[in-house]
Design a protein. Structure first.
Length: 351
């Protein structure tokens, strides 16, 4: 038998449940609204660790023109350049100076992560604490050598009586320098690395003048900036440095295929393949609110499916093969788990 008192208790319990659900819903909805509205009328800065006009800058400016459409509140995105030390200055700024409010994104060179692992100088950040947003493209590597160098095939290179002079940059963690040194160490190719060039354009000009035999860096850049030389036959791609052969370089030998030992294969994988997958990473300062990280990661990936972005990227000859923030975070974590012996070898190569 249900008494009036029991009915009153039941009603009160039901009312309490309704109120609880209402409070939870309103609180959650308010939190979402706060995050959604945070970016409204705001400006998000993308700090590029390189000078204007280069590959990093072009990717960032193209992304900046479209990413705001995919962030709640449609904030304005602008690009600022903070060149120096192979993006080390920008990386340190992002870690030590930039506010963790979701309004500053850093675009640095992924080799700085490996630079930290191997104890490079000038590192004032811990890459494991950055909130990684993603990568627009997984870079592919290749070596372009001049006809004048006397090396137009890998067999000729192996048999060369004198080392081939390859260009290297002036900053720690430079891709051209690291690639040349790893190929020399892992495959035993006769190579002399000439460092001090300010960028790949200077290396290309030096190779065209006969000062260098060639250089090794991203195929995406080589096929654009060295197009005339490749078409004329004055320069040839002699070897590539990718996990598997690039479709456009199907007949070019791949470094990993030439490796004869486990150590050589590990040097190529962890010194070339993994860094290439995260060459152009975007990150937020440590401590950025998780919900804002989530919003920007989602917007970053959505940008690459935006028809207007795709059209502009195609017009600018920009390759697009994005890596998500979560995937990048795992890749970065993996670099810090390398065998100490391999780290020591990489440190010797990178010094």
């Amino acid at each position: 038998m249900i008494t009036g008192f029991d009915q009153e208790v039941t009603v009160r319990k039901a009312f309490a449940v309704v109120v609880l659900f209402f409070v939870v819903f309103v609180t959650a909805d308010s939190a979402r609204s706060a995050d959604d509205d945070f970016f409204r009328n705001k400006t998000v800065r993308i700090i590029v660790g390189f000078a204007p006009g280069g590959g990093f800058d072009i990717y960032s400016r193209t992304i900046a023109r479209h990413m705001g459409k995919h962030v709640p509140g449609n904030p304005t995105f602008v690009v600022e350049n903070m060149a120096g030390a192979g993006s080390l200055i920008a990386a340190n700024h992002l870690y030590r100076v930039a506010k963790p409010d979701g309004l500053t994104i850093g675009n640095i060179h992924g080799n700085q992560i490996l630079n930290q692992v191997t104890g490079g100088s000038g590192i004032e950040f811990d890459a494991r604490r950055f909130e990684w947003i993603g990568v627009p493209v997984k870079d592919t590597g290749a070596c372009a050598l001049s006809k004048a160098s006397g090396v137009t095939t890998l067999d000729q290179w192996k048999a060369a009586k004198s080392p081939v002079k390859l260009g290297g940059g002036s900053a720690s963690g430079d891709t051209a320098t690291i690639t040349a040194k790893i190929l020399k160490e892992a495959l035993g190719l006769p190579i002399q690395v000439i460092v001090g060039y300010k960028g790949t354009s200077e290396m290309r000009l030096a190779a065209e003048s006969g000062e260098l035999g060639g250089a090794c860096f991203q195929w995406e850049s080589i096929k654009t900036t060295w197009r005339n030389g490749l078409d004329s036959g004055e320069f040839r791609i002699v070897i590539q440095t990718n996990p598997k052969r690039h479709p456009e370089l199907a007949n070019v030998p791949n470094a990993i295929e030439e490796a004869k030992t486990d150590e050589a294969r590990q040097l190529i994988r962890y010194g070339l393949h993994d860094p290439a997958a995260m060459t152009r990473p975007y990150a937020l300062p440590p401590g950025t609110a998780k919900e804002r990280v989530k919003i920007l990661r989602k917007a970053f990936l959505e940008t690459f499916t935006d028809p207007s972005f795709i059209a502009e990227a195609k017009k600018s000859n920009l390759e697009v093969e994005p890596l998500s923030g979560e995937e990048l975070q795992q890749l970065v974590a993996g670099v810090f788990k390398l065998d100490p012996g391999l780290v020591a070898k990489l440190k010797d190569i990178m010094k």
